[in-house]
Design a protein around this ligand. Structure first.
Ligand SMILES: [Zn+2]
Ligand SMILES: [Zn+2]
Length: 290
């Protein structure tokens, strides 16, 4: 199974995604994975796994991943997941330990939706509840900065320096979302989360793209249709690069590219990249490199 690689600015994404088949995405910069819907030695190096939900096309590589890391004597991986599936996952790992005759170490974290989890320096990730047929999360990687409150912004530097010595309420905490990964979800995940809409890079599931599988069907199965992205185009105005993932394998890759160009307004189609596996096709609309 071949992995695809895409770059945007200083970010690199290595993975694969097909609806109902597999989804797994590595971010070397943050040494983490979003989902592990397939066992692959390339994924063994990453010590953190942010699991969106338990459907097997997103989680079937779990046991292999944990076992491979133990075999290679790498540190126990941290696996973040929706709280409801922590218990069944622990049971599954126990059964695999019995089958393999070896107990591989792992650190399973049922996420707290109120928490930020530190990745490095001022970079954190936040789990955000999504809407699917089973308990599910999206994840946002963000920078946390101190920003001057608007009422002080017009003051000259020396006055701010003087004020700093007198009071400690000049700044507020600002969250600057860098990357969001949706997992499987209905479109409300974007419409109801400001942090997602402000993300510079958004990985969004888009399972269906044509009339043969209508919007109602996508919603019934907890997915997004390309036509819903078109109908809510305004929600994507702050996103710099929209990567669409999780296309149904029923579509030829040429059709996906065609549908994106015909269904989305040109300004949105221009910044949209379908995450595809075929080398010939996936460079039709390459991300801009600034
Ligand atoms: Zn899926
Ligand atoms: Zn799913």
């Amino acid at each position: 199974m071949r992995l695809s690689e895409y770059k945007y600015k200083n970010h690199r994404f290595l993975g694969c995604s097909e609806g109902g088949v597999y989804t797994a995405m590595a971010l070397p910069q943050y040494r983490l994975l979003f989902d592990i819907g397939v066992g692959h030695t390339k994924f063994t190096d990453y010590p953190k796994l942010l699991l969106t939900h338990g459907h097997l096309d997103h989680s079937s590589g779990l046991a292999y991943y944990v076992s491979q890391r133990a075999l290679r004597r790498l540190e126990a991986p941290s696996i973040y997941c929706p709280p409801e599936i922590a218990d069944p996952l622990n049971r599954m790992f126990a059964i695999w330990a019995e089958i393999e005759g070896f107990e591989a170490a792992y650190n399973l974290v049922p996420v707290d939706y109120e928490s930020l989890y530190q990745l490095q320096g001022n970079v954190y990730f936040r789990p955000i509840r999504s809407i699917h047929r089973v308990p599910s999360n999206g994840y946002t990687i963000l920078e946390k900065n101190q920003k001057l409150k608007p009422e002080f912004q017009d003051l000259p530097g020396h006055e701010i320096a003087a004020l700093k010595t007198q009071r400690n309420d000049l700044f507020y905490e600002h969250q600057n979302p860098i990357i969001t990964f949706s997992g499987d979800t209905q479109i409300e995940f974007i419409l109801e989360n400001e942090l997602v809409r402000r993300s510079k890079i958004l990985f969004l599931e888009c399972t269906y793209v044509d009339e043969k599988r209508p919007v109602e069907r996508a919603r019934k199965w907890g997915h997004i249709h390309l036509f819903e992205i078109a109908a809510n185009a305004d929600a994507f105005k702050d996103v710099e690069r929209l990567f669409l993932i999780h296309f149904s394998p029923r579509y030829k890759q040429e059709i996906i590219v065609q549908q994106i160009k015909s269904a989305l307004p040109p300004w949105l189609a221009e910044k949209t990249t379908p995450f595809l596996y075929s080398k010939d096709i996936r460079n039709i609309n390459p991300p801009h490199r600034n």
